[in-house]
Design a protein around this ligand. Structure first.
Ligand code: F6R
Length: 610
């Protein structure tokens, strides 16, 4: 949420910052701004809209200077307009700041500043912080001290970068709750909200820790806590390649990521799954194996798509390991004073590893003594660091705002986790082998679905103008139905609901008429006949049925209006295969409606605010 890039070095800062911002746009795209220092002056250009909108009206190459910051915004306080765009300056225009996060006590600070005669040009909490730093600088005469003093009074979350004409050969960065990394170049340093903005300059990075500040000059950098205690920073290598964050010939990142799934899914079990022994090796769980073996209960906490994966995880773990599982929205979990015992294991699932609610939930769980495990995609992210142990998804960078490949990788990891735990308990080697065999076939089965996208495009064309959709599934596919509905509403803005299919007659059936497309996930499992009865109920009310069914299911075409075929797998793995056509259906419907698939309105990747 919000993209930040800062640069200090020998090159022209503006073009470099702008190209970094383009890579960060998936974090927010409401407005764009840059600030560059040169000859004791500061030039700021900022506009509502995307980076390209700024480029259309400002000749970026004409902005000279080798120190600067830039920002792409996801609006929290104040509408997306030019005035609310970052960078924000202090009263005298000598200090500029970009900010990701929320200053919760900004109104209190603002009142204090107003009574001291200060005024404001924007509606943002971020400008209040800039003006506050400026006021402190006047008395302290030291930028670092002014920033540190301001931050000790601030409540809320921030990743900030500050530059100033008063001390022009320096950049100050600080974080609490919003990620920042330093890029270590040769005589040049960058600071950014994530590694994608720096990888074309350097692969060497330092992940700033919670409550840490960094002072960057052309000659080096130092880190310390906001309370001014020196810290030791570890330089790490970025864990992905530049090509992975480029579109690579696809029209959209979302489509690219959908088509990457045969590979990303395989990467999720490569080196972990032992088919011969029907077992799984999850090295990252080494430190907590005993706690896992003894756990009386597992709580999985997550948000959005990751929460849907958690629901599938609940079915998988209970089935294979016979341990009770509860799934909680992280946003609810953190605030309702949950009952947690020391022999509970709490699992946090997150693509970004930065989601504010999930992070707060694991902190709460740790405080109450639980063992906390992360299932995270982004290497080095905050959740990955703050959990006792974890399993990386290995899906590679996910740029499309609507999560796709991370979801199937989450299911891949959850299946293995359930087997890992199950094999310590009642699951036999043969049962484990059957599951491992089926899992190993999934990448090739996904490829077959992707190779046959034409029928899905046709269905998308036929239903693109619908106002509502229902998604129904049972058992393992109830969460898949929720996820299908979420994908559609996120990128096409069509209202969609997911339900357990049998729940339909307890209310949603009232919505069914000839204008209501209903997507059924109907694999041939032990409840197949029940699903077919639910389909008949919809058809009897003239609803239009799109069924996701096994490729050898001959009966289904007699009851459904449209059938999307997927290869046969074991029931446990059906949500993985079902989710592929659901992603494609949402994608093609959104295209038909002319929506911006990669940057849907109001959304942003990585929700680092509450
Ligand atoms: C949906 C989507 C969101 C995220 C949610 C959690 O397509 O992307 O619902 O799943 O914001 O994000 P992570 O997994 O990064 O914690």
């Amino acid at each position: 949420m919000c993209g930040i890039v800062g640069y200090i070095g020998t090159q022209q800062a503006a073009p470099l910052i702008v190209s970094g911002l383009k890579r960060l746009e998936y974090r927010g795209y409401d407005s764009t701004g840059v600030c560059v220092l040169s000859d004791d002056a500061m030039r700021i250009e900022k506009r509502a809209g995307r980076v390209k909108d700024l480029e259309n009206i400002v000749d970026i190459a004409s902005i000279h200077g080798s120190v600067g910051v830039g920002h792409t915004r996801w609006a929290t306080h104040g509408v997306p307009n030019d005035a609310n765009a970052h960078p924000h300056t202090d009263q005298d225009g000598g200090i500029a700041l970009v900010h990701n996060g929320i200053i919760e006590n900004y109104l209190t600070i603002k009142k204090k500043l107003e009574s001291a005669g200060y005024s404001f040009r924007s509606d943002t909490d971020s400008e209040v912080l800039a003006v506050f730093i400026g006021m402190l600088y006047k008395t302290l005469g030291d930028l670092e001290l002014a920033v540190r003093t301001a931050l000790t009074e601030v409540e809320g979350t921030f990743g900030i970068v500050v530059v100033s004409v008063h001390e022009p050969d320096m950049i100050i960065a600080a974080r609490r709750g919003s990620p920042l990394i330093l890029g270590i170049g040769n005589g040049e340093y960058l600071v950014a909200s994530d590694a994608s903005a720096v990888i074309s300059h350097t692969r060497q990075v330092v992940y700033l820790q919670e409550n840490e500040m960094a002072i960057l000059t052309r000659d080096g950098f130092s880190t310390k806590t906001i309370e001014n205690v020196d810290t030791r920073s570890v330089v790490e290598e970025i864990a992905f390649e530049l090509e992975q964050i480029e579109r690579g010939g696809f029209d959209h990142f979302m489509l690219k990521e959908i088509y990457e799934q045969p590979i990303t899914f395989r990467d999720g079990f490569r080196g972990r799954l032992n088919i011969e022994e029907g077992s799984v090796r999850l090295g990252g769980l080494g430190p907590v194996v005993d706690q896992l073996r003894q756990a009386k209960r597992i709580i999985i906490t997550a948000c959005g798509t990751s929460w849907h994966a958690a629901l599938v995880g609940e079915y998988l773990i209970e089935q294979l390991a016979r341990v009770p599982v509860e799934v909680e929205y992280a946003s609810e979990f953190r605030y309702r004073n949950p009952i947690i015992h020391h022999d509970d294991v709490v699992i946090a699932i997150s693509q970004s590893g930065e989601t504010a609610d999930t992070l707060a939930a694991i902190r709460e769980a740790k405080l109450k003594g639980a063992t906390v495990i992360g299932m995270v995609n982004v290497v080095g992210s905050t959740i990955a660091r703050e959990t006792d142990a974890g399993v990386y998804l290995h899906a590679g960078p996910e740029i499309g705002v609507a999560s796709t490949k991370a979801f199937t990788s989450q299911l891949c990891v959850l299946t293995q986790f359930a087997l890992f735990l199950g094999r310590m308990k009642a699951v036999s080697a043969q049962q484990g082998k059957d599951l491992a065999d089926a899992l190993e076939q999934i990448p090739e089965q996904i490829t077959r679905i992707l190779d046959n996208a034409e029928p899905i495009k046709k269905i998308a064309h036929e239903y693109a103008q619908a106002s509502n959709f229902l998604y129904l599934g049972r058992g393992y596919n109830f969460p898949a139905a929720l996820e299908g509905a979420l994908k559609l509403k996120e990128i096409s803005y069509i209202h969609a609901e997911g339900y357990p299919a049998a729940e339909m007659k307890h209310g949603p059936i009232a919505l069914i008429d000839e204008n209501m497309p209903v997507v059924f996930i109907a694999p041939k499992d032990e409840i197949y006949d029940k699903i077919v009865s639910n389909i008949e109920e919809v058809r009897a009310r003239n609803g239009r049925v799109i069924a996701i069914a096994d490729d050898d299911d001959e009966h289904i075409a007699r009851v459904a209006n449209h059938v999307i075929r997927v290869p046969r797998t074991i029931p446990m793995l059906t949500p993985i295969l079902a989710s592929i056509p659901l992603q494609l259906l949402a994608y093609y419907i959104a295209l038909e409606r002319g929506c911006n698939v990669d940057m849907p309105r109001n959304l942003a990747k990585s929700v680092t605010v509450e």
